[in-house]
Design a protein around this ligand. Structure first.
Ligand code: PCA
Length: 200
């Protein structure tokens, strides 16, 4: 399962959805890829994701989101139990300093092979880093919700990747870095392959 988000904060598109949508129905390393969109909405996003996890029972989950201003793709290491929104979400909610899951642990680590993915992607020429924070907005909320939902399913590899603006988006943000959507899609295919092939 790969997910992307719908557009937020006045952007006409969200490159995370543009990059994953074309993977839907494709195969990779013997696995079928399902790509779905999540709403950029606290709460609702994790409801939609929870239903997808139940119905699909995926082997690997990579949630993808836009991180405008970042220069590289960022494989996130850790999800934290905090919602602290800089701007309202697509439903007008702006939670400040509240937990994603009441009484949940402070954080969860990604169960993706983050270093193997970084090496493979760099080796193939994609700009990528390991990131130590997914922020405190809807992306971290979904990353935390994902890891919490799968906390007892240790055989499922799951995590989050942030991506830069698309070139068209970056043209509206002076000086911002960008990465073509097709490049992101190719990198995500490789990331999925590594996640499927690297033993736990
Ligand atoms: N990026 C936002 C939420 C949706 C998205 O694509 C984030 O980084 O939290």
């Amino acid at each position: 399962l790969v997910t992307g988000f719908d557009p937020f904060e006045n952007e006409p598109i969200n490159p995370s959805w543009e990059a994953v949508r074309t993977l839907d129905g494709q195969g990779i390393a013997g696995a079928d890829i399902v790509a779905r969109q999540l709403p950029t909405i606290f709460g609702e996003s994790n409801k939609v994701l929870g239903k997808l996890l139940q119905t699909l029972q995926p082997d690997v989950v990579i949630a993808v989101g836009q991180a405008g201003g970042r220069a590289e793709m960022a494989i996130e290491r850790v999800a934290i139990n905090v919602d602290d929104a800089r701007i309202p979400d697509n439903a007008g909610q702006q939670p400040i300093d509240v937990p994603v899951v009441a009484d949940g642990p402070a954080a969860y680590f990604s169960t993706l092979p983050i270093k193997a993915m970084r090496e493979a992607l760099r080796g193939a020429g994609f700009p990528v880093e390991v990131s130590q924070t997914a922020g405190t907005y809807v992306c971290n909320h979904v990353f935390y919700g994902l890891m919490h939902a799968l906390r007892r399913q240790r055989a499922v590899r799951a995590g989050f990747i942030h991506i830069p603006y698309s070139p068209a988006q970056a043209s509206g943000h002076a000086g911002a870095a960008s990465l073509p959507v097709e490049t992101v899609t190719a990198a995500l295919r490789l990331a999925l392959k590594v996640a499927l092939k690297t033993p736990l």
